[in-house]
Ligand binder design. Structure first.
Ligand code: URA
Length: 261
């Protein structure tokens, strides 16, 4: 039996099935479990540590940096669980690697977006902090992502994203039978007028929890949709987002090592 307040199975966190000390500090966070082995394909060492529900975790090494990747599932509920259990297991630096729906014409399909902050239209972060509390990425992670994109020659855009728990109606896509309630009408224009770059679904949760807990977080997303041009292409740019995220971990690891000595 374990405490109901901190449920474990054996010595493992209840959902992710990972133990304390089993993950390094740097963890990439895709939504899709299928992306975890794709991320790990570029590592010189990789092994599956755990797999349960939507959560698959690999650990390994990329260019000498200890690294892990854990899938969060889609949206804030499962993402908050993943971040909590990863922190408990020993992680302190998170990079979301995902896809995004661009709101601006100049963001072409396949470009990557690097998030500096996220509009908190998720659900889980409301349980942690009042709405005035910002969901900001850590400046060092943003800087490492930009440096990685530059080094790899990937086309990128840097700015605020909007995280919603709803892919369809919450991103002003008509639901079943054309359903679109009044409060969802105009979301795209509103965000665009505020300079927001794109929609995605997990970063507000990751950034908020990381700030509260003194951890570091950032996000890099492949633009697979453009709401201005009304184009969509699944998976375009995902390889680039993964390359940028892996490289950013190496950059952060080198910096952290240098700052320690
Ligand atoms: N992810 C989202 O949340 N929205 C999109 O349009 C594309 C990817």
């Amino acid at each position: 039996m374990s405490s109901a307040k901190r449920p474990v199975v054996g010595e493992k966190a209840y959902h992710l099935l990972i133990g304390r000390g089993e993950v390094p500090r740097y963890v990439l966070l895709p939504g899709d479990p299928g992306r975890v082995p794709k991320i790990a394909a570029a590592w010189e060492e990789a092994r599956e540590l755990a797999r349960n529900r939507e959560f698959t975790t690999y650990v390994g090494r990329y260019k000498g940096a200890p690294i892990a990747a854990t899938s969060t599932g889609i949206g804030s509920g499962s993402t908050a669980i993943a971040v909590e259990e990863l922190l408990w297991a020993g992680a302190d630096t998170f990079i979301r690697v995902g896809t995004t729906g661009a709101l601006r014409r100049e963001i072409r399909l396949g470009d990557v977006v690097i998030g500096t902050a996220a509009v908190r239209w998720d659900g889980a972060s409301r349980w942690y902090a009042p709405p005035e509390y910002p969901a900001v990425a850590h400046w060092r992670v943003v800087s490492a992502l930009v440096e990685a994109a530059e080094a790899l020659g990937v086309r990128y855009h840097v700015g605020v994203v909007a995280s919603t728990d709803s892919f369809y109606v919450g991103q002003e896509r008509p639901g079943h039978g054309g359903f679109l309630p009044p409060w969802a009408k105009g979301l795209v224009d509103t965000l665009r007028s505020l300079g927001v770059l794109s929609f995605e679904m997990e970063s507000a949760t990751i950034f908020t929890l990381a700030s509260i807990y003194g951890a570091r977080a950032g996000g890099v997303y492949a633009a697979i949709a453009n709401r201005e041009t009304d184009e969509f292409a699944a998976e375009v740019g995902v390889e680039d987002a993964i390359r940028v995220a892996n490289e950013a971990v190496k950059i952060l690891h080198d910096l952290d090592q240098a700052n320690r000595s």
